[in-house]
Design a protein around this ligand. Sequence first.
Ligand SMILES: *Cc1c(COP(=O)(O)O)cnc(C)c1O
Length: 450
Amino acid sequence: MNEVLQEASQRSIAYLQSVRHRPVSASLQAIQRLDELKHPLPQKGVDALEIVRRLDEIGSPATVATTGGRYFGLVIGGALPATVAANWLATAWDQNACFRWTSPIAAVLEDVSLQWLGDLFGLEGGVAGAFVSGASMANFTALASARHALLSRLNWDVEAKGLYGAPELRVVVSDEVHVTILKALSLLGLGRERVIRVPTDRQGRLKIDSLPELDDRTIVCIQAGNVNTGGFDPAAEVCRRAREAGAWVHVDGAIGLWALANRDFAALTEGLAEADSWATDGHKWLNVPYDSGIVLVRKAADLRAAMSASAAYLAEGVEGDREPSHYTPESSRRARGVEIWAALLHLGRDGIAGLVEHTCRHARLFAQSLKDHGFEILNDVVLNQVLVSFGSPEATRAVINRLQAEGICWCGGTVWQGRTAMRISVSSWATTEADVQLSIDAMVRAAERA
Ligand SMILES: *Cc1c(COP(=O)(O)O)cnc(C)c1O
């Protein structure tokens, strides 16, 4: 055991030390070598040491260097060393975080992290929450709580009776709603096409003047951090109207909820804390390893009623203690709270605010430099997201292709309000100003050649 774990840790460390210096994309050769893994299941098993060796020699080169500091695709964070280390130890523990009695440590780290997150985000009066696989599942879990809360007020037990014959709920989203909200609505029987869509402005923000009249049968989904522009919906006004009407406000804050941790972003985040539920990701901006999402719900009873299984064997637990399994869609699961706890403790309030600040500063640097080189920035860079056009759609796509093939950095493409753009998302703790400079130079070169 010693030998195999030491081998794995040495190889992991070597990977992390070299990842900054290799091309961001896996080479064609590395991908072709994966064929060596495609053999029939052997009759006799393979030694653990050989497995680690094979995984590293064949597998490591075929990874995308998302932890290296110059990956700007999707919204992909790196993994803080403290969280990788915590993850290793937690893997050695191999805890089932389902119950308090299957893992006291996992349950307590969840309790502590939830307390810290409530404080960090300024959610007065505390919140309930759960640690799930990502913002998709967090959106699902929060919307299940909303469905429960609104229908139970109408004397309908949706968990027991389902939606057959239930009072109708309305769901309001913006034109820029993330697909995972629609997917969650479809899973919850609320229908992905039954939504009322509110138009958005040039930054992808919900137009408040177009918000329909709200009532106590309405769930409003707003966004903190648009995946293209980084824009925030006007939470303060939406929440004010919703509160008066008895509607539920859910915030998809997969990216942007973390801006609540930095006072400089107060104008952007105003009103977010007034919502009823929130979804965010640990594996994006907080820089913890996959998979890691967080759902927060203002009233514990709503989350618990939506998620708790009623089977008798699940009902144990010391009175008053939060029983993790009552708050998540899953039962057996890994102890995701460990890495969240490690990240929050390692960074502290200042470090989290600093992570938000420096990644946004890098985004502004990208935008300013690219603009100075004569390229068009399509969004107001209010967060860590930048949209740049290199001219015609063909020219922009050609730049993206060159950039990806060269491997100095990696950016993806998007179409924003009819315009083809390259998308830069600065989400990793590991990105330095030198990385930004190197990447800008690569972009300018790619644009000249394209
Ligand atoms: C990434 C993202 C999601 C989905 O999160 P996963 O972690 O991929 O499940 C949802 N909403 C927004 C705004 C996102 O950026």
